[in-house]
Design a protein around this ligand. Structure first.
Ligand code: XMP
Length: 540
């Protein structure tokens, strides 16, 4: 991530998250390193709440949070370059322990009078670390270990009063500490898995140095959120648009735990879902969790809106608009039943995540969500107050909370599915019921086989695409003229980039022969081996 991306509106972020004051949080200041979010996530994995704030946040905003520790992230700059992000000296006078990682360490060393210079060779990737003096930070760890480095500038001398703790292949000083001043620095990245003792080092900083309690857990998140939602909503009525995705499902369940039947969920089945998915959502929410749920079968409405539309963005727009219309109709019915008027339902649940908050600069509501994610999301002109119980959570925490709340594994681990659904996967032509049904069946076979092979969770997304193309084949001595199904499976961390998944040949063969044998309309199956970039994940 770039430093420009992390310009969180601190007041808003604090007011809305408002979670950690009592238990003590750690503030991670983002100097633009590619792993900054990961540092915050790893700290939470240690059981300590952490927030990622831009490095230029004011001292007052840091102080307000009463952090137990401050972590300075890595970043691409050189500390001695003009205009490089600086360290506010006051930060070191708050009486709060500070840990600098990579650029963060160089910044501390440079600021406090040590020597940082460009080395002849950079150090990128795996490196050997030798601990010469464990200090507090590296105590109890093997004196020889591997770590992950990514830097060109190097620390040659620790500042006065600091102890050099370790060196590495290309770094004379790879870790420093001053117990007296409670300032620590490591050149390597403890947050990535290639540093085997990284999590232990972070844990030592959090517990031995900062004295944090490790109380941040799925169950504590649930308790805190329930209290927060109750406080916000009081006895008001709440609605939630349920899509079947993990975010809206977990958000809805949290709100239901908090305010019970004051919540009504609206599930708009636009007929563009995967096979059986609508039933699964309805089954889980209405039957298992007893959440008041209005399920609208709107397939006909959506199909008629899609008639004659072939252009991808026009499809998205038509679906988005129709979704809002259906949602509004249902919302006003619910408002009418709840005592009438606009006052009937005051709150709308939104599954905004912490990564949306960070990426969008911390604004509120619809503006925080990328435009295409708004499809199937928030009606823009409706006057609701937002309830955003996931606003402080990373995706993996949302899944953990879902599991804690008893959400079925299938929903907890569902791969991302686009709001416009299968309509943008019947490509190059109109989304007719006939084509959608063929795609749905092909997709069902793919999902079944991928799950059976135990690969579902490893893949970011796996799906089929149905181009508007027929090819000639021969089956049972007969000439056929049928559809081509494309298999698309990718691995990714965040959908910004993706790699095509190397599915085993035997699995591909099973999938292809099942599709051709079981689906009369299909006589050819192909595999998409395009990564992103240059391709996008979806075909439209
Ligand atoms: P692309 O195709 O741009 O997709 O590589 C990146 C991620 O976004 C999802 N996606 C959408 N999600 N509405 C959504 O809610 C959309 O219109 C839409 N288009 C793409 C896609 O599935 C992938 O996860």
């Amino acid at each position: 991530m770039t430093s420009g991306a992390a310009t969180a509106d601190v007041a808003v972020a604090e007011g809305r998250n408002g979670l950690a004051q009592a238990r003590g949080e750690v503030v991670v200041l983002d100097y633009g390193g590619q792993y900054s979010q990961l540092i915050a996530r790893r700290i939470r994995d240690c059981g300590v709440f952490s927030e990622l704030l831009p490095h230029h946040v004011s001292i007052e905003d840091v102080r307000k949070r009463r952090p137990r520790g401050i972590v300075l992230s890595g970043g691409p700059a050189s500390v001695y370059a003009p205009g490089a992000p600086r360290l506010e000296r006051e930060l070191l006078e708050l009486g709060v322990p500070v840990l600098g990682i990579c650029y963060g360490m160089q910044l501390l060393v440079h600021e406090l009078g040590g020597r940082v210079e460009q080395a002849d060779v950079g150090e990128f990737g795996r490196s050997d670390l030798t601990i010469t003096e464990p200090g507090v930070l590296l105590a109890g760890m093997p004196s020889e270990q591997t770590c992950w480095m990514s830097h060109r500038d190097t620390v040659f001398e620790a500042p006065e009063g600091f102890t050099a703790l370790a060196s590495s292949t290309a770094s004379p000083v790879a870790a420093v500490e001053s117990q007296e001043r409670s300032i620590y620095g490591i050149q390597f990245h403890p947050e990535v898995v290639h540093t085997p003792y990284g999590q232990e080092i972070l844990t030592r900083f959090l517990t031995e140095v900062c004295g944090c309690e490790r109380t941040w857990s799925p169950s504590s998140i649930v308790q805190e959120q329930i209290a927060r939602i109750r406080k916000q909503v009081g006895d008001g009525q709440v609605i939630c648009g349920l899509s079947g995705g993990v975010d809206s499902s977990v958000a809805a369940l949290l709100v239901h735990r908090a305010v019970g039947d004051q919540l009504t969920c609206v599930f708009v089945d636009h007929g563009l879902m995967r096979k059986d998915e609508g039933e699964q959502v309805i089954g889980a929410f209405r039957d298992t969790f007893k959440v008041p749920l209005v399920a609208v079968d709107a397939e006909q409405r959506f199909l008629s809106k899609l008639k004659g539309i072939t252009e991808p963005e026009a499809k998205r727009k038509a679906i988005g608009e129709e979704f809002i219309r259906v949602f509004e109709e249902e919302a006003s019915k619910i408002a009418g039943q709840a005592g009438g008027g606009a006052e009937g339902v005051r709150f709308l649940v939104q599954g905004t995540l912490y990564s949306d908050v960070i990426e969008s600069g911390g604004g509120t509501g619809a503006a925080t969500i990328k435009s295409h994610h708004n499809v199937g999301g928030l009606p823009e002109d409706m006057a609701f107050e937002l309830v955003e119980p996931l606003r402080a959570l990373f995706k993996d925490e949302v899944r953990a909370v879902g599991a804690e709340l008893g959400l079925p594994e299938r929903l907890v681990w569902r791969q991302p599915f686009p709001g416009p659904g299968l309509a943008i996967r019947v490509v190059g032509g109109e989304a007719t019921k006939e084509r959608l049904d063929v795609l749905r069946e092909a997709d069902h076979i793919l999902q079944e086989e991928i799950r059976k092979a135990g690969l579902y969770r490893e893949l970011w997304q796996s799906f089929c695409v149905l181009p508007d193309v027929r090819t000639v084949g021969v089956q049972g001595d007969e000439r056929t003229y049928g559809y081509v199904v494309v298999i698309r499976a990718v691995t990714s961390d965040d959908a910004m980039t993706a790699d095509w998944a190397r599915l085993p040949y035997d699995l591909l063969e099973t999938i292809a022969s099942r599709m051709i044998n079981e689906l009369r309309e299909v006589n050819r199956v192909v595999l998409d081996i395009t990564s992103k970039p240059p391709g996008t994940i979806e075909w439209e």
